[in-house]
Design a protein around this ligand. Structure first.
Ligand SMILES: *Cc1c(COP(=O)(O)O)cnc(C)c1O
Length: 453
């Protein structure tokens, strides 16, 4: 192991210098990928020097998500203390299903979950778990809602039309999950939004009322804290009134921006969160931990047991169920995703988490102000969002983003809202500073001059 640890250090040194000197790796065309890099597997072992060379080549060509040129997706950057926690989790290699096998790591996971339940104002009956990503957290939420509405579905399957509701701009996992749980994609009702991308409570109420009149069974509403494209926050308080009126489960998908709960300055964006039945947040997005670190909590842990526990004599042999987390998780063997968030939180404190969140909103303000002050840009983003959506001159967003990538200038993506395409820059990358935001725009401007669009 010692040899591999020193190799690891050497490779990480290379990665860090590449991030600095070649922040956007030269993309390899998929047609020549297998000729360009040594990815083949053979029956013969590889000699150490070739092994090292292959790894170095692969590292050089792999997209750099922790560089100051990465604005592409809803994660990025590197916070050393969180990375340390994840590296330790790999070395310890526990499986989180029982206290016997994970010991204090179970206490670490429970501590993080308890803190989050307390922060959002859930009662002492609340609990949660770590799922393999935000899509799977949403999956767990909709399953719990289904089983609460009709506990017999667990054994008998679905006999009636059960309907669920989510905004027209919510994450695609809602439709996928409707199919996974046997309810069907066609039973997902798409709720209209206002100009800022927030779900309309009146339309939700109307659609639920209509479905009840048809004899259907409305059982789940998904609200979003930070929609995937615009970064909009649904009005949870208003939506919770509609859900209460019809006695429907309300889930808040906070995969993208649910971490505002850690900041006194921005937690108002999720006002009413205490009235939800479940809430999910990806620490690997706004909080900058390594992928993946996704949390799902529910106000009554009975729902977790109802949907996810199963007796297994070969597994649960010691300790009480409160410490055997396999009773409330999606998977059987489960990697330790809690430790990286705990090491981060332990080292920077709640105040540090708040700073991480506030910094991203600050950078988004810098970006929006830049755009507002430069007439060649059109802004499509609203205040209180860390998705800064814009167009530059008349260059189609897709053309611009693709050219920036192919010429190793910047990693940034595009999106659309109401048939308008635009560049979507996100300030979630934890290594970004103000100068990187300005540099982002300067890079686009200089690139546009030298390129014939
Ligand atoms: C990213 C995202 C998800 C999915 O999370 P994964 O961890 O990528 O599965 C779900 N909902 C929203 C709003 C997201 O932004």
């Amino acid at each position: 192991m010692q040899n591999d640890l020193s190799l690891f250090s050497e490779l990480v040194e290379l990665l860090i210098s590449e991030e600095k000197n070649h922040p956007v790796a030269t993309p390899i065309d998929t047609n020549v990928l297998y000729e360009t890099l040594d990815l083949q597997l053979t029956n013969e072992p590889t000699i150490d020097s070739d092994f090292k060379t292959s790894l170095k080549d692969i590292i050089r060509s792999t997209p750099k998500t922790a560089s100051t040129s990465f604005f592409n997706q809803l994660f990025g950057g590197r916070i050393p203390r969180a990375t340390l926690g994840d590296l330790l989790a790999v070395m310890l290699n526990n499986s989180m299903y029982t206290y016997k096998v994970a010991g204090p790591q179970v206490g670490i996971e429970k501590t993080v979950l308890r803190k989050i339940c307390d922060i959002i104002g859930y009662p002492s009956s609340a609990d949660g778990t770590f799922a393999p990503g935000g899509s799977m957290s949403n999956y767990m939420a909709v399953l719990m809602a289904r089983d609460k509405y009709n506990p017999s579905v667990r054994n008998e399957g679905i006999n009636n039309i059960m309907t669920l509701y989510t905004s027209e701009v919510s994450h695609y996992s809602i439709a996928k999950n409707a199919s996974f749980i046997g309810v069907g994609r066609h039973q997902v009702r798409s709720i209209k939004t206002n100009d800022k991308g927030q779900m309309l409570a009146e339309d939700l109420d109307a659609k639920i009322t209509h479905d009840i009149a048809q004899g259907y069974q409305p059982f789940f509403v998904n609200a979003t804290a930070g929609t995937t494209v615009l970064g909009a926050f649904d009005d949870v308080k208003q939506l919770s009134k509609v859900c209460k009126k019809h006695d429907v489960w309300l889930h808040l998908d906070g995969a993208y921006c649910g971490a505002v709960i850690f900041s006194d300055d921005y937690k108002h964006l999720t006002n009413g969160i205490e009235y939800t039945d479940s809430f999910s947040v990806n620490a690997h997005k706004m909080l900058g931990t390594p992928l993946s670190c996704s949390i799902i909590v529910t106000r009554d842990k009975a729902h977790l047991y109802q949907s996810f526990s199963n007796e297994a004599d070969y597994l649960y042999q010691t300790n009480n169920d409160d410490f055997n987390l396999g009773k409330t998780s999606l998977q059987c063997g489960r990697r330790n995703d809690a430790l990286k968030l705990w090491t981060l939180w332990k080292s920077v404190g709640g105040n540090g988490l708040k700073s991480i969140v506030n910094h991203q909103f600050h950078l988004a303000d810098i970006a929006r102000n830049y755009i507002k002050n430069h007439p060649d840009y059109t802004l499509y983003s609203y205040d209180n969002s860390i998705s800064v959506c814009f167009n530059y001159k008349a260059i189609p967003a897709k053309t611009l983003c693709t050219a920036l990538y192919e010429h190793s200038q910047l990693m940034v993506g595009f999106g659309n809202f109401r048939n308008q395409d635009f560049v979507r820059m996100v300030t979630i990358n934890t290594v970004l500073q103000e100068k990187d935001i300005i540099n982002f725009f300067k890079t686009i401007e200089e690139f546009a001059i030298s390129t014939d669009f």
